[in-house]
Write a protein that binds this ligand. Structure first.
Ligand code: TRP
Length: 334
C-alpha cells in the first residue's frame, strides 16, 4: 500500500515537473531572458522622404535582428512631423512626458527639437550632417550627457569635383536649400569656400518650407550653370519637382544624397543610408542594454560612393563617361 502511494506521488510529481517545464516555459524565458522587456522607444522623423524612411526601416530591422521586436519585447511609437516645426515640438514634449526609455530622432530638426526638451531621457540622433554645428553635441568622441548618434557628413568639395568631371564648364552654382536647416548651412558654407578657391560664384536660393521650392528653383535655373542641393530635408521631399524644372532648363543638379539622385538629381558622392540605419540600431541596442548615451562616440560614416542618374543625364543632353560610370556604386535609370 505504502509502495503504491509512493508510486502515485512520484508519478504526480513527475507530471507536475513536466507541466511546469512545458506550460510555464514561455513566460519564464520572457522574464529571465530579456530584462529590457516592454521598454518604450519613441521615434520622431521630421518629414516623409525616401532616405529618412530607409534609415528608419533599417534601424528597426537591426533592433529586431537583435531580439527587440516591436509589440513583443519593446514598444515603438513612431511619429512623423510632416515637415512642421510646431509638430516636432509637440511630439518631442509628448515623448518626454510619456517618460520613454529611449528617443530616436531622425534628421537634424527632429534631434534639435528633442535635445531642447530633455536632459534625462537617452537621445539617439540619426543621420545628422553636422552634430557640432547644429548644437547637438560639443564633442564627437565623448558627447557626455544624454545624447549620441550617427552623422552623414559629406564633402561639398568632393561632390563638386565629381560635378566638374561630368560638366567641366561650371562657373556659377545655384545653391538650393532651407536656410533654417543647420545640416544644410554647414555644407553650403563649405561649397562657398570651395567656389572661392576655384573662381566660381555661388548664387543662393533659400526656402523655408517645401511649398516654396518650385518658385525658388524656377527663379534660379536660368542664372546658373549647375544647381547644388545639400542633404536638405525640405528639398529632398520635393525632389521630383526640382528635377522636372532643372531638366526642362537642361541644367545639371548635384546633390548630397543617393535618394536625391534616385529622385532625379544627376549625381552625388555620398554615404549608404541602409548602413547608417543599421549602425544607429546597433547603438540603440547598446543604450537599451544600459550603456549611457553620452559615453558612446558619435558615429560618422567613412565610406563614400558615387551615385548617378542616367535618365537625367539623357534628359539634359549629357554624356556620362565610361570612367565615371565604372566608378559608380549605383546608376539609377527610371
Ligand atoms: N542629413 C540630414 C539632416 O541632418 C538628414 C538626411 C538623411 C537627409 N538623409 C537625407 C536629408 C537625404 C536629405 C536627403 O537633417
Amino acid at each position: 500500500m505504502k509502495k503504491q502511494l509512493a508510486a502515485v506521488i512520484s508519478a504526480f510529481m513527475t507530471l507536475a515537473l513536466v507541466f511546469s517545464l512545458t506550460a510555464c516555459a514561455p513566460s519564464k524565458t520572457e522574464n529571465t531572458g530579456n530584462t529590457d522587456a516592454k521598454k518604450k522607444i519613441g521615434i520622431v522623423q521630421i518629414v516623409e522622404h525616401p532616405s529618412l524612411n530607409t534609415i528608419r526601416e533599417s534601424l528597426i530591422a537591426e533592433l529586431q535582428a537583435q531580439g527587440y521586436k516591436d509589440g513583443e519585447t519593446i514598444t515603438i511609437d513612431y511619429q512623423n512631423a510632416q515637415g512642421d516645426q510646431t509638430n516636432l515640438k509637440t511630439i518631442a514634449q509628448k515623448f518626454v512626458s510619456n517618460k520613454y526609455d529611449l528617443i530616436v530622432a531622425i534628421a537634424t530638426p527632429s534631434a534639435q527639437a528633442v535635445v531642447s526638451e530633455t536632459k534625462d531621457i537617452p537621445i539617439l540622433f540619426s543621420a545628422c550632417t553636422d552634430p557640432l554645428g547644429s548644437g547637438l553635441v560639443t564633442d564627437m568622441e565623448k558627447p557626455g550627457g544624454n545624447v549620441t548618434g550617427t552623422s552623414d557628413a559629406v564633402s561639398a568639395e568632393k561632390i563638386m569635383e565629381l560635378g566638374k568631371r561630368i560638366t567641366p564648364d561650371i562657373k556659377t552654382i545655384g545653391a538650393l536649400y532651407n536656410s533654417s536647416e543647420t545640416n544644410s548651412v554647414s555644407v553650403i558654407n563649405e561649397l562657398k569656400a570651395y567656389a572661392q578657391k576655384n573662381n566660381m560664384t555661388v548664387v543662393d536660393a533659400t526656402v523655408t518650407n517645401s511649398s516654396e521650392v518650385q518658385q525658388a528653383v524656377t527663379s534660379l535655373v536660368d542664372k546658373v550653370d549647375a544647381l547644388f542641393s545639400p542633404i536638405d530635408n525640405t528639398v529632398a521631399s520635393a525632389m521630383p519637382l526640382v528635377t522636372q524644372i532643372a531638366n526642362r532648363a537642361k541644367k545639371p543638379i548635384y546633390v548630397g544624397a543617393d535618394s536625391m539622385v534616385k529622385d532625379g538629381g544627376l549625381a552625388t558622392y555620398g554615404i549608404n543610408y541602409q548602413v547608417l540605419g543599421k549602425e544607429t540600431g546597433i547603438m540603440a541596442v547598446e543604450i537599451l542594454k544600459g550603456k549611457k548615451a553620452g559615453d558612446i562616440p558619435v558615429k560618422t560614416m567613412k565610406d563614400m560612393d558615387i551615385y548617378l542618374n542616367k535618365t537625367t543625364a539623357k534628359a539634359i543632353g549629357i554624356n556620362l563617361s565610361d570612367d565615371v560610370l565604372k566608378e559608380a556604386a549605383q546608376v539609377f535609370e527610371n
